[in-house]
Design a binder for this molecule. Structure first.
Ligand SMILES: Cc1cc2nc3c(=O)[nH]c(=O)nc-3n(C[C@H](O)[C@H](O)[C@H](O)COP(=O)(O)OP(=O)(O)OC[C@H]3O[C@@H](n4cnc5c(N)ncnc54)[C@H](O)[C@@H]3O)c2cc1C
Length: 307
């Protein structure tokens, strides 16, 4: 039987795989897409130590090759549900088959909610970003748009101004979902301007975003706003539908995990973007993966009836 089954082969899952396999666990990574996770759709990564500036697909391949050289098994599979009986875990796949394991590390990531305005698909890695820490540095000295009215929009807008960037926040309402404190800080920031009561309807530019069309929700009047990028913070969609029966998610759908990456179900760990955490990055997902694998080893040592 599999000692450690990892759901998702992003940077978190792949790092967990390397650590688990090096600890002599029979380790399998289940993935429904391509290995690399969100890195496969990242134009350039500039903050993974040791690699300098590297394309997301190249970094994905480097990590995947590392897992394969270490002996981690890779299997295609779209997870639909997980059940647990007497400590043994059964992972049910969408095709009706199942895989049994003694421990599970959930590394299924999250998606960012999209607006689906005209030409959005075309500019997805060409000026549309969902991560200020990842991409902000590319727009130093320029003007960008932040979309949204929640805490992420306020905090990320403030963060972008620290990188010598001017920001316009475009939000469809006059009111905000963000905490008053976050709003106050953003309102007091002289480098942030506001377009409230507007929706973004279209992206424009040759190869990269150069401007956007926004529409006043009350008057219907349209305006063109020049911008080097659009940072979209209109909500997250954690990939946790398949754990709903385990009751390990919070009100926003993220999995609650402690510092050992344990969930409330013994032997089931969760890591990376899918957990409730402060900073969602490649390096933090990888860090979580290393911790989870070490604790999976300790869990197996303590559960003799599973071995
Ligand atoms: C456009 C963009 C640019 C970014 N740029 C950077 C950057 O420059 N630097 C940086 O550090 N971070 C960057 N990030 C953030 C970084 O990519 C993520 O924090 C990181 O990939 C999270 O890793 P993860 O392993 O938790 O999840 P993911 O990378 O999301 O991987 C999750 C994997 O799980 C799989 N999966 C999901 N559900 C299932 C299921 N039911 N069954 C089987 N498999 C499943 C998915 O297919 C996916 O491959 C960027 C993110 C985006 C979106």
């Amino acid at each position: 039987m599999i000692d450690c089954l990892i759901i998702g082969a992003g940077p978190g899952g792949m790092t967990a795989g390397i650590y688990a396999k090096r600890a002599n666990l029979k380790t399998v990574m289940l993935e429904k897409g391509a290995p690399g996770g969100k890195m496969t759709t990242t134009f350039e990564v500039d903050n993974w130590p040791g690699s300098g500036r590297i394309s997301g697909p190249d970094l994905s391949m480097e990590m995947f090759t590392h897992t394969q050289n270490t002996g981690v098994e890779y299997q295609y599979g779209d997870v639909a549900n997980i059940t647990v009986e007497d400590g043994f875990k059964r992972v049910h796949l969408n095709d009706g088959s199942h895989v049994d394991a003694k421990t599970i590390i959930i590394a299924s990531g999250m998606d960012s909610r999209r607006l689906n305005a005209t030409h959005e698909e075309k500019y997805l890695v060409r000026g549309i970003s969902f991560c200020a820490v990842c991409d902000g540095a590319f727009y130093k000295g320029q003007h960008v748009v932040v979309l949204g009215g929640g805490n992420s929009a306020m905090e990320e807008a403030n963060y972008l101004t620290t990188l010598d960037i001017d920001v316009t926040i475009v939000h469809r309402r006059e009111g905000f979902r963000a905490d008053q404190h976050a709003i106050d800080i953003a309102k007091a920031n002289p480098r942030i301007s506001w377009k409230l009561g507007y929706v973004l309807t279209e992206y424009m530019g040759d190869n990269f975003v150069e401007s956007i069309k926004i529409k006043n929700v009350e008057t219907g009047e349209e305006e063109i706003l020049e911008t080097a990028a659009v940072f979209m913070f209109i909500g997250h969609l954690p990939n946790t539908q398949f754990v709903k029966d385990l009751n390990i998610t919070n009100d926003w759908g993220f999995i609650d995990a402690n510092a050992k990456m344990e969930t409330s179900v013994p032997g089931i760990f969760a890591i990376g973007d899918v957990i409730d955490k402060e900073l969602r990055q490649i390096v933090t997902a990888s860090s979580d993966g290393a911790i989870a694998a070490q604790n999976a080893v300790k869990y197996l040592e303590s559960q003799k009836h599973l071995t």
